[in-house]
Design a protein around this ligand. Sequence first.
Ligand code: RFL
Length: 406
Amino acid sequence: MTAHRHPKSLPPHGTSVVIVGAGPAGLTVGCVLRAAGIDCVVLECETRAFIESRPRAGVIEEWAVRALEERGLADTLLKRAERHSACEFRFGGEQHRFDYTEVTGCHHFVYPQPLLVTDLVREYADVRGGDIRFGARDVRVKGIDTDRPTVAYTCPDTGRRQELRCDFVAGCDGARGVSRSALPARRIRVARHDYGIGWLALLAEAPPSADCVLFGMHPDGFAGQMPRSPEVTRYYLQCAPGDDPDKWKPARVWDQLHRRLAAAGAPPLIEGTLLEKRVLDMHDYLVEPMAYGRLFLAGDAAHLVAPIAAKGMNLALHDAFLLGDALAAHFAGTGDEGLATYSRDCLRRVWDYQEFSQWLSEVYHGVSSRDAFRAGTTLARLRRLFTSPVAAAAFAEQFLGTAARY
Ligand code: RFL
């Protein structure tokens, strides 16, 4: 019998922190750790080229930009991102511009997620010398209630199992990741909310049709426009949950966008080739607590917010700042307070943003609910934003995430 030349798995190697997932959350944690001189390994199941081109978010709140800047992670963003100071609601056939910077002094930064991910990968791997392993398959997190958990994965080049022993695991592998399932079911609570609504998410190769985000409340359904760059614009159309994107041919898409975003005096939408067309079933979830033993979840791995208020990536960054700083304090020997309060501190902002998304969902979808009462109260909410400075200030604070405390 021939002896196996390679054992099925290699003996565990050590590092301080294994980060599962190279999205905005995982890469930010990695960059913070590398800046503090802490050893870590990022395991990502996709290729670098894939994550650097995956389209998703585009709106980053100013506090998050400033927090990236403080950590040396916003140089390119600050040069290239567009600063927005207003959004526009369209209802009752009219345009209503809402200048949130006038109220809060803060901006939204429009910077497509793939550009941010590209910046963060470059900073982590090429500038700060971080270890990142792309194409890692079948990642498994084990032993989180011990002092030395392990993360096993299959190496794409050799096909062999590798094990990394570490002090902490940061589970940053998004909504479909595996790290969440390592939390013992009896120690966590998962809260879910289903809006019962679908959004057709579109990316069009066309310049934006307005210089700001547009929200169209129309009896046919909600429509939105989010500028991404001078060449590419994101659009959303409310549809049935589980709808088939192939039923939305370009002519139907543009017809509905024109109808739902029509307003007196508004320039016509600029049409273009549809680069992406997918149906999102709008739902939220939240895992409490976000940590157990040596595993700390961050970003979409812990909580999903439907893209109603463009909050998901902002929350992922908020978690990452707290987790990166708390781990850095642990390894510097300056205390474990940050790790102890991590879940609570993240979840206060997460719950607040979830509540705002739910409120805004009613504003977007009430008019098309075929319920005269809901349609009437929705329009009252909308009008109040333009008649009551107090209501306007409250909306702007939530939209920009500028509350002094959560
Ligand atoms: P990500 O970005 O999903 O990254 C997770 C990474 O983990 C990898 N991964 C694994 N790696 C190893 N092993 C496994 N088993 C793995 N499973 C997964 C994945 O390949 C990936 O690289 O999570 P993260 O870092 O938590 O970031 C969250 C954000 O991506 C998300 O919240 C936002 O995209 C949400 N979102 C928006 N957020 C905003 O703040 N502003 C916006 O304008 C905004 N627009 C959007 C959005 C999400 C959208 N979709 C697709 C639902 C618009 C859309 C259409």
